[in-house]
Design a protein around this ligand. Structure first.
Ligand SMILES: Cc1ncc(COP(=O)(O)O)c(C=O)c1O
Length: 382
């Protein structure tokens, strides 16, 4: 049975070019980038050339790009360092952030290190800007706002310009978790009012265990993993050269095809929205995922009009039929708690209907969507 992979927000398949570049690097550039001999210098050159290329695409300076193990490390590092090194005591975030942000903030708040406010969110998944203004206005502490660019469950797109400008007008630093948008949208952090952002290569057809953080110069932030002087002391540890080259290669491929992929995926998502509604009148789309202008073109989060009994085995049944998708998001599937995002956006009654997240890459096709619909229709009838 051919798998239908509709879980690209959880992770993506790796581009063949990435695998090739990583294999070559493992063979040829095994040197330690900190060694001063030829093998070390060659590995170091690879790392720095990747940094330069990624920085150029992000519109920032190479020294503002720090390689990390991915989104969770990037988010945690910024929060820890902002609290410990910059003396930030007040954090404002939202209840529908990824746990990589929420759990570290909740932990620091529980320890009494910071105080945390969660801004109200609208049913679209956007923050209530009046509430954000109120929280910012009422705070006379050193503060930071952390709001994600693209919500990983419902796909809602944040206006980075508007939120960043508001934060800066109130002397707050602005961090955005851009794990679901870097590699999908041509972001220019050099001209956006963003101080910190994070990326993870496995969300854009690169390898797992590698990502990068954008740390705006002069913010005063330094690392929390101490040891050697790698990453200019911001993140000690021997660099995973093959992973860094893999991430750079994924970037090269992505930036060549970004525009064409975006057009293709917009059409694919629109097709999915239409077909779901045609097959199941009464289907609703969670957050902003039903609105192609207000959400990323990679995510559909659909609430299907099925009773609770049918809802229970729906995801299991799709898996049996070879469809890979998520209940809410990957970190929730199999857990009893359900999605914290949907719990915040939907009423208890609405949450009784099954919600499924389908997330696409340019490898997906309309034919696969047709098969998904046929499987869903059969299941609903059974
Ligand atoms: C929005 C968001 N932030 C952070 C992460 C964590 O990234 P990583 O898997 O690279 O640690 C994810 C992954 O699901 C995500 O979707």
């Amino acid at each position: 049975m051919d798998l239908i992979y509709f879980d690209n927000a959880a992770t993506t398949s790796i581009y063949p070019e990435v695998i090739e570049a990583m294999r070559d690097t493992l063979h040829e550039d095994f040197g330690n980038p900190s060694s001063v001999h030829a093998a070390g210098r060659s590995a170091k050159a690879k790392v720095e050339s990747a940094r330069k290329y990624i920085a150029k695409q992000m519109g920032v300076l190479p020294k503002e790009i720090i390689f990390t193990s991915g989104g969770t490390e990037g988010d945690n590092t910024v929060m820890h360092a902002a609290s410990h090194q910059l003396g930030i005591r007040h954090f404002i975030s939202s209840p529908i952030e990824h746990h990589a942000v929420l759990h570290i903030l909740e932990h620091m708040a529980k320890q009494g290190q910071i105080h945390l406010d969660l801004v109200k969110v609208l049913p679209s998944g956007l923050p209530d800007m009046d509430d954000l203004k109120r929280l910012l206005r009422n705070s006379d502490e050193k503060k930071m706002v952390s709001l994600m660019h693209v919500n990983n469950e419902v796909g809602t797109l944040l206006d980075l310009e508007a939120v960043g400008n508001l934060c800066h007008a109130h002397n707050a630093l602005f961090h955005t978790d851009s794990v679901q948008s870097i590699g999908h949208f041509p972001l220019d952090f050099g001209s956006l009012p963003v101080d910190f952002a994070v990326a993870s290569a496995h969300k854009f057809h690169g390898p797992k265990g590698i990502g990068f953080s954008y740390i705006k110069k002069n913010t005063g932030l330094s690392g929390i993993i101490l040891g050697g002087s790698q990453e200019r002391g911001m993140r000690a540890g021997t660099e995973a050269v093959h992973n860094i080259v893999g991430m750079e290669t994924a970037f090269h491929v992505l930036y060549q095809r970004m525009e064409a992929d975006a057009l293709y995926l917009k059409e694919l998502k629109t097709y999915c929205l239409d077909q779901l509604q045609a097959a199941f009148p009464g289907t609703t789309f969670n957050g902003a995922s039903g609105d192609i202008k207000k959400s990323t073109y990679t995510i559909v989060n659909a609430r299907l009009p099925m009773d609770e009994k049918k809802a229970k085995l729906l995801a299991f049944n799709l898996d049996l039929q070879g469809v890979c998708c998520s209940k809410g998001s990957a970190c929730q599937s199999g857990s009893e708690g359900g999605s914290h995002v949907l719990q915040n956006l939907l009423s208890a009654e609405q949450n009784k209907a099954p919600s499924l997240r389908f997330s696409f890459s340019a490898y997906n096709t309309k034919k696969e969507i047709d098969r998904l619909i046929a499987i869903l229709v059969d299941y609903a009838k059974s």
